[in-house]
Design a protein around this ligand. Structure first.
Ligand code: F6P
Length: 362
């Protein structure tokens, strides 16, 4: 259960934030059909699930490209929870100034149980109707896009923006936050290798990724690790021990294994196994769990640019009246994938890279 923080102050100081306030300033639009026509006047944007470096750049892009189309853009605080609570404010160009280089999300994020229920989603639709909002942009990962799909199936125009450090979303070969999270893992690995070399020690680094081994595999390859353990491949701790021992025997000054948090033998279990069999294995593992450190970085150039492109693509989709999709990147092109094909699925890991890691780690 997340801590229940007090509602944030309106983001857009000086701008009207309630229905009655803004209808005095902006005329009410004509009632709009729920889907399929480019008559958008008001949209809302929210960030949901685990935050990812680059989310702010996506918000900024949605707001500025929306305003450019003369739309009124609402920023919803704290994800779907804020939507249900009608916690939102109008954002103008200046409200999103200076955020492109900041990690986290200025709107806040949450995991919302209530939105998983139909009642919760109906409540959210009432809130959107109450503010005459025509469409919603959801910046988030797997769980968030399941919510987006559910809302879309209820007839509301939604566009998802692919954002998660886990890189497990179908519909985008890379998602917002992955590059930054990878670089943070790499910096940690490089540092650990330095001290590992000084002491001739074996180290274990656990990275995030939920049930997906992408971050672990890529940071192991890019960091030159001696072994990697991921959920997609059965892990034998004895085999890991063997890889680390032979690394020393071949004259390497360090031995480092990268473990995905979702692996059968995660950091805790692997370290416990090595401690239990220390005498026979001949060494133990010093453990570092990166955890949320990986999500807290300053977004890299790649993440800022990806988020900016995807945010702009989201408003473009809405302008064309083509909602019900996730915007992502494939072969450096923006692609739109039906949310129904994204929700509840997990992108498979490239097993060719697993094989490559095994060759390179020797
Ligand atoms: O989905 C992003 C992610 O950071 C996962 O890698 C991780 O398992 C999870 O979120 C952690 O969630 P929370 O921040 O709610 O603890």
């Amino acid at each position: 259960m997340d801590l229940q923080l007090p509602a944030t102050a309106p983001i857009s100081a000086g701008l009207p934030a309630t229905v009655s306030e803004y209808t005095q300033v902006w005329p009410q639009p004509q009632p709009t059909p729920v889907r399929g026509r480019p008559s958008i006047k008001r949209i809302a944007v929210l960030t949901s699930g685990g935050d990812a470096p680059g989310m702010n750049a996506a918000i900024r892009s949605v707001v500025r490209t929306g305003v450019e189309r003369d739309w009124l853009v609402f920023g919803v605080n704290h994800g779907y929870a804020g939507l249900i609570a009608d916690d939102m404010a109008i954002l103008g160009r200046r409200d999103v100034g200076g955020i492109i280089g900041q990690g986290g999300t200025m709107l806040g994020s949450a995991r919302c149980e209530e939105f998983r229920t139909e009642e919760g989603r109906r409540h959210a639709l009432d809130v959107l109707a109450g503010r005459s909002i025509d469409a919603l942009v959801v910046v988030g990962g797997n769980g968030s896009q399941c919510g987006a799909n559910a809302l879309s199936e209820m007839g509301f125009p939604v566009v998802g923006v692919a954002s998660t450090i886990d890189n497990d979303l179908v519909g985008s070969e890379i998602t917002i936050g992955v590059d930054t999270a990878l670089n943070i893992a790499l910096e940690a690995i490089d540092r650990l290798k330095t001290t590992a070399s000084s002491h001739h020690r074996a180290f274990l680094v656990e990275v995030m990724g939920r049930a997906c081994g992408y971050l672990a595999l890529m940071s192991a390859i890019a960091g030159g690790a001696e072994a990697v353990a991921i959920p997609e491949v059965e892990t034998d701790p004895e085999e890991i021990g063997e890889k680390l021992r032979t690394a020393y025997e071949r004259g390497k000054p360090h031995a480092l294994v990268v473990v995905a948090e979702g692996a059968k033998y995660n950091a805790e279990k692997l370290a416990a196994y090595f401690a239990e069999h220390r005498e026979r294995l001949g060494f133990d593992l010093r453990t570092t769990i990166l955890g949320h450190v990986q999500r807290g970085g300053t977004p890299t150039a790649a993440d800022r640019l990806l988020a900016t492109r995807l945010g702009a693509a989201a408003t473009e989709q809405l302008a064309r009246g083509e909602a019900g999709v996730l915007v992502g990147l494939n072969k450096n092109e923006i692609v739109a994938t039906p949310l129904a094909d994204v929700a509840g699925k997990r992108k498979p890991l490239d097993m060719g890279l697993v094989a490559l890691a095994e060759v390179l780690e020797k």
